[in-house]
Design a protein around this ligand. Structure first.
Ligand SMILES: Nc1ncnc2c1ncn2[C@@H]1O[C@H](COP(=O)(O)OP(=O)(O)OP(=O)(O)O)[C@@H](O)[C@H]1O
Length: 441
């Protein structure tokens, strides 16, 4: 193992700058190497988080060059008992490192580490209900929400809960991309039977990022049969997506309707209080001391993606630990990257999206037609134009075929009211907003 570590150091020395090497890599050491998994000892929780976030890939690559096959790396803090990621029984041969690859659950993604706020209360409650009574009320459970808002965390929390209640539970957690790749591999190796048995034998199937199934006809076909087999056997299915089923383009109707059969619940952007609570919890778990005003400062700067929010905290802690400066708002401000400037969401983008998703044409929108689907799409456009552009009410009216500004006001009000009454409208609206924001990134 020493030779392996020396080899890795040699490679890293060449690839990294000297300060990086001296600050982060040199104080670390190899603890053990088993089954292609290298456990690296780090001097403190900051160093562990930093290495994990920034250099795990480089270390794994260097390791691969030394041993000649892929390796996985994990980090532990010197005096701490190693956190062993739980393996999902189905996939013993897969890599054990926490990852979204279908192999194992990230040991941090538990209910106890999930902060409940107004943005995710419903999603949390239904996930918990599913974890307590799988296959009963909400099947499938379809979690949707924007990037980095906790879908994977919540989904995996269900898996942990089930494994704790019954360690024999057979669980598959897999990304859609991985499902597709395994399917292709099974076809190539003529082992479709194994592939099917593998997924149709589980008690709990959790599939992440289902939006990537868009347009993949064969994956959709296969997933349809897997879904049916599990559903009919009363097994629980949990699906995560960045948008609701009806907004996934080129999704077969029969899949879309199955995804909507149970419960669709969404996670929205967290408010300031929730963001602060998330940072607080993270700091506690990682044994970091962070003053309240710093927590407030970071939570105010990162509003839309919890992954970025957590990244900022880790960076701040790492920065003060290297520089020896005190942890204050002034010290850390320069190292917080300015929140990414959004690409503009244009009026054309809004009209295009609404036309595509709500199956109407631009002429329909600009017409005087009062057909229900057309007038709902038109109202939705008015609402989104108001939300995302600087257009005045009369200008919005003009963009939609010369409507009066009072019509625009009425439309905005109408959507506001129906979104609070009708979950379908709320979901449609969230899906459209997520899509616009994702495209503008
Ligand atoms: N409510 C929460 N409490 C604590 N941590 C959270 C919460 N929501 C999200 N996180 C953390 O934010 C990070 C991103 O969450 P996660 O990966 O689950 O997002 P996602 O919605 O699946 O993102 P993507 O769309 O990129 O797949 C994770 O580290 C997760 O633990």
């Amino acid at each position: 193992m020493e030779a392996l570590w020396d080899g890795i150091l040699g490679h890293l020395k060449e690839r990294l700058t000297r300060p990086t090497f001296e600050t982060w890599i040199k104080p670390a050491s190899a603890q053990r190497f088993e089954e292609d998994r290298l456990v690296i000892r780090t001097p403190n929780p900051f160093a562990r988080s930093w290495l994990q976030q920034h250099y795990a890939g480089a270390i794994a690559q260097a390791g691969e060059q030394v041993v000649g096959r892929p390796i996985h790396v994990d980090f532990v803090v010197s005096d701490h008992v190693e956190e062993t990621p739980k393996r999902v029984p189905e996939r013993e041969s897969a890599p054990p490192a926490p990852s979204n690859n279908g192999a194992s659950l990230n040991s941090k993604y538990t209910f106890s580490r999930f902060v409940v706020g107004a943005n995710n209360r419903m999603a949390h409650a239904t996930a918990l209900a599913v974890a307590e009574m799988p296959g009963c009320n909400y099947n499938p459970l379809f979690l949707c929400g924007g990037v980095g808002l906790g879908k994977t965390h919540l989904m995996q929390a269900i898996g942990h809960y089930r494994l704790e209640s019954d360690p024999k539970t057979r669980i598959a957690y897999i990304s859609t991309e991985r499902f597709t790749n395994e399917l292709i591999e099974a076809i190539r190796r003529d082992s479709m039977q194994n592939f099917r048995e593998h997924y149709r034998r589980v008690d709990l199937l959790m599939i992440d990022d289902i939006q990537f199934i868009e347009g993949k006809e064969y994956t959709q076909e296969e997933f349809f049969h897997t879904f049916n087999a599990l559903y009919e056997a009363g097994k629980q299915i949990v699906i995560a997506s960045d948008r609701p089923p009806q907004l996934i383009p080129h999704l077969q109707e029969r899949l879309s309707s199955r995804f909507s059969m149970g419960l669709i619940t969404d996670i929205q952007q967290p408010d300031l209080e929730t963001r602060m609570a998330i940072l607080q919890k993270k700091a506690e778990y990682e044994n970091m001391f962070v003053p309240q005003e710093v927590i407030h400062h970071i939570a105010s700067a990162y509003t839309s993606n919890i992954r970025e929010l957590e990244g900022a905290l880790i960076r701040a802690v790492a920065y003060v630990s290297i520089s020896g400066l005190p942890m204050t708002v002034e010290t850390i401000s320069p190292i917080l990257s300015p929140p990414r400037t959004r690409g503009e969401i244009t009026d054309e983008a809004i009209l295009d999206l609404v036309c595509n998703e709500m199956k109407v044409t631009l002429e329909d929108l600009r017409s005087e037609s009062r057909r229900r689907d057309i007038s709902q799409a038109r109202q939705m456009c008015m609402y989104l134009l108001r939300k995302y552009t600087d257009l005045s009410l009369p200008k919005i009216g003009q963009a939609l075929g010369g409507k009066d500004h009072t019509t625009v006001l009425y439309a905005i009000d109408k959507i506001d009211q129906s979104r609070s009454r009708d979950p379908e409208v709320q979901r449609l609206l969230n899906g459209l907003c997520n899509r616009l924001e994702a495209d503008a990134r």
